[in-house]
Ligand binder design. Structure first.
Ligand code: IFG
Length: 517
């Protein structure tokens, strides 16, 4: 009797095991997945991988940086699945689970993502590529994977192969923390969201007329006084050097390079209010909480101003591993051109002395430019072209397409419209390589969207203006132009809505997009 029962129970267990392994996998078409940015190439094999309870995340132990990426993947997947998802070093490809390795993928950020019924392999040319493969994998799982509490599976992923790499190496967003200050937690949240869409630069506009936002130990009143207020007269704020370094590391762990900007010689009232000697008349200015531009200038004739710039550039550069230092240079309406030009040339020398490459708004093209200076085109294409003629490359940020503080339309309760109303379609329907005659793809290092915060006071308002237009800019920076058209993109974008919701993003529900709930 006992033997019979034993045999019977073994048959049932064996049967269920046999059943699950040859259980019909859902047929899923990888080419139909609404990925943003759209990958360079996708091949489907029309089955599915199921991420289950016992799955493990393996990383090639010969590439030490992959452990951190594997841990990040586990941290992303654990809350919604409720699975342990152990992270394990491997000396060879496992037979099942998720495997991160190097060896395939193009350039510094390319990757190959291969999904079979048993194994997901992400192979990058470098850790950054593996990280971007993880972001793609994330979008291949149901949107509920983004939830912070356990959700119902099954966690199915369409099988096939994705080979992908970016069109432009610089895919950025600028956040103006001077007009309205955004604290460390807000900046880290933004970094998390930028990484999902493979953005790899965050340009922080750290100083302006209304506020100085970065501690400079040799000039302490810049933050003690210049950081006090913000637009509208509310309490401002600033990053201590420890906080700035924390932001830099948090960004670097997500393969995002921080680009610090100290705007000069204009947009400097906060500094001019903090130190009288920076003014030609030696009179400290009042703190300013309005929204006018173009009324301030450092005194370009005084040596103390260049000592000031040297100290500021040195202290910030020492905390900034990225290659760029942004010197601003925009709207210096009260700096005579004959003073502006030598000032910009001297500022470039100071930045080069501390081992950084200069980026400046397009007006800097009036000056002589160092060989690897970047001109950021925002307003005048002729300035960008002047820069190209002087050997500079262009970071393309046309206000009419990429300024995220532009109202969507005349009914938008936030933002400005001096450049244009920028709905989601017009933010997407352009190609940097053909936008302006005289600026070719070879001249362009990348695309950057800019959120100026005269009218933006908190994360909810920031997310409303940034999403979904930034998602389109991320695709413009990453995907081949030939794969992009609005009618197809808007459907993919509509399917991001459940992800935005799961991530708690307060996005603008444009009527031009057939959003799904
Ligand atoms: N232009 C100014 C910004 C900001 C912006 C608001 C640049 C380079 C208008 N300069 O854009 O400081 O005021 O849309």
């Amino acid at each position: 009797m006992k033997t019979t029962l034993f045999i019977l129970s073994m048959m049932i267990i064996g049967g269920s095991a046999i059943f699950s392994s040859c259980q019909q996998r859902t047929k899923k078409d990888l080419t139909k997945e609404p990925l943003i940015p759209v990958p360079a190439s996708v091949t489907a094999t029309n089955s599915s991988f199921v991420l289950d309870e016992g799955a493990m995340i393996y990383f090639d132990e010969s590439s030490k940086d992959l452990k951190a990426v594997a841990e990040q993947l586990a941290i992303l997947l654990r809350p919604a699945t409720g699975y342990k998802l152990e992270v394990v070093p491997a000396t060879a490809a496992p037979s099942e689970g998720i495997y991160l390795t190097t060896g395939a993928g193009e350039g510094d950020e390319g990757y190959e993502l291969t999904i079979t019924e048993d194994l997901v392999t992400i192979s990058g040319a470098a850790p950054a590529g593996v990280f971007y493969g993880v972001q793609t994998l994330r979008q291949l799982l149901p949107p509920s994977i983004e939830a912070s509490s356990v959700q119902q599976g099954p966690w199915e992923i369409a099988t096939g192969t994705i080979k992908d790499s970016p069109e432009y190496n610089y895919r950025g967003m600028m956040l103006d923390v001077a007009r309205h200050f955004f604290g460390v937690d807000d900046v880290k949240r933004l970094i998390d969201l930028l990484a999902i869409y493979k953005i790899n630069h965050l340009h922080l506009h750290l100083s302006d007329d209304q506020g100085w936002r970065i501690e400079i130990k040799s000039w302490p009143k810049l933050t003690a006084h210049g950081g006090k207020l913000e637009v509208g007269g509310t309490e401002g704020g600033f990053y201590t050097q420890e906080q700035y370094k924390d932001i830099v590391k948090y960004a670097a762990d997500r393969f995002i390079t921080i680009v610090p900007e100290i705007d000069m010689p204009g947009h400097t009232n906060a500094a001019l209010a903090s130190y009288a000697e920076l003014n030609c008349d030696n009179k400290a200015r009042e703190l300013y909480t309005g929204t006018k531009v173009g009324f301030s200038t450092l005194c370009t004739d005084k040596e103390v101003v260049y000592k000031f710039i040297d100290d500021v550039v040195r202290e910030i550069s020492e905390m900034t591993p990225g290659p760029y230092f942004h010197i601003g240079g925009d709207e210096s309406h009260v700096t005579p051109m004959e003073d502006y030009i030598p000032f910009i040339e001297r500022a470039q020398d100071i930045v080069a002395k501390y081992g950084k490459k200069v980026i400046g708004w397009d007006e800097i093209a009036h000056a002589g430019l160092k060989p690897n200076t970047i001109v950021q085109y925002w307003a005048k294409a002729e300035n960008a072209i002047r820069g190209i003629e002087k050997g500079a490359k262009v970071l393309i940020s046309p206000a009419t397409k990429t300024y995220l503080d532009m109202q969507y339309d005349s009914t938008t309760h936030l933002g400005l419209h001096w450049a244009a109303y920028v709905e989601v379609d017009s933010a997407y329907m352009w190609d940097p390589a053909t936008l302006e005659k005289g600026i070719t793809k070879d001249d362009i290092i990348g695309v950057e969207s800019a959120l100026w915060t005269e009218t933006i006071t908190n994360m909810e308002e920031l997310e409303y203006m940034v999403f979904p237009r930034l998602v389109g800019h991320a695709e413009i920076g990453w995907s081949p132009a030939g794969k992009r058209n609005w009618d197809e993109y808007k459907v993919r974008l509509s399917k991001q809505a459940p992800r935005f919701k799961a991530l708690g993003i307060d996005y603008y529900k444009s009527k031009l997009v057939p959003w799904i709930e």
